[in-house]
Design a protein around this ligand. Sequence first.
Ligand SMILES: C[S@@+](CC[C@H](N)C(=O)[O-])C[C@H]1O[C@@H](n2cnc3c(N)ncnc32)[C@H](O)[C@@H]1O
Length: 273
Amino acid sequence: MSKESFDRFSKFITRELGIKMPPEKRIMLQSRLYKRMTQLHLSSLEEYEHHLFDLPETSDEWTEFINLVTTNKTDFFREPKHFEFLTQTALPSLESGKPGGRPFKLWCAGCSSGEEPYTLAMVLSEYRVTHSGFDFSILATDISTRVLNHARTGIYEEMQIDPVSIDLRRRYLMRSKDRKRGIIRISPELRQKVRFGRLNFMNEDYGVKEQFDSIFFRNVMIYFSKQTQQNVLEKLCRNLCVGGYLFAGHSESLVGFDLPIRQVFNSVFQKVR
Ligand SMILES: C[S@@+](CC[C@H](N)C(=O)[O-])C[C@H]1O[C@@H](n2cnc3c(N)ncnc32)[C@H](O)[C@@H]1O
């Protein structure tokens, strides 16, 4: 891909998605776009560039482009200490979810193909077994329509569920009748607890009216510049109740940000005002 084409793609990706695209990412971007170029029977990435930028930003081809340039790596029970912290420290400290109170509300922001919100739904359902009257709801958002469509099906390959304990598999996962297919599906009861929606963290207004008791925002801001991280975190904090918890990825630092939160555990923060 020519330097000019890369610069044009890279500026768009950073401006519209917040994702940093330095020159070292040129080969990676090139290989991701190459497949789409071939599907469209175009003969070069420059041709693809002209084709794309001639279309309005509302066209499906742009949605496809966004699906290609986001990195969606995720897992069931990724960074598992956070789930222990949630049930052992966060939930007991909050009023929501208690009998007579309103349900515990959680936002999984940057949910990818659903492994993280379904892990949370399993963990919270287990908590409900031992805490009668507890109830919860989960909002899960991402910008990629490809991962959201996958997440809504609740279907995964069997090898992906290695981190899920045998007990949880029995209670919340269904095996395909045809064992040879090697797939599982999240149970309907669990799927019902998660609402999926499309949201771009670069939007001026997220349009999310609810206040959440916890927000999981893990392994997303690692792709953003410091200024973008500050802007997005400020907005997420506005949707977090005072006393509520913000979970970041283990490799993401919140040092040096001006936010109404204090650190309470590894990459876990509590809103203080
Ligand atoms: C690496 S995945 C992390 C998934 C999950 N949170 C986890 O920790 O396993 C990052 C996700 O952030 C999403 N993402 C990236 N930029 C975004 C943006 N501007 N708005 C919304 N989601 C975005 C990507 O589509 C991707 O699915």
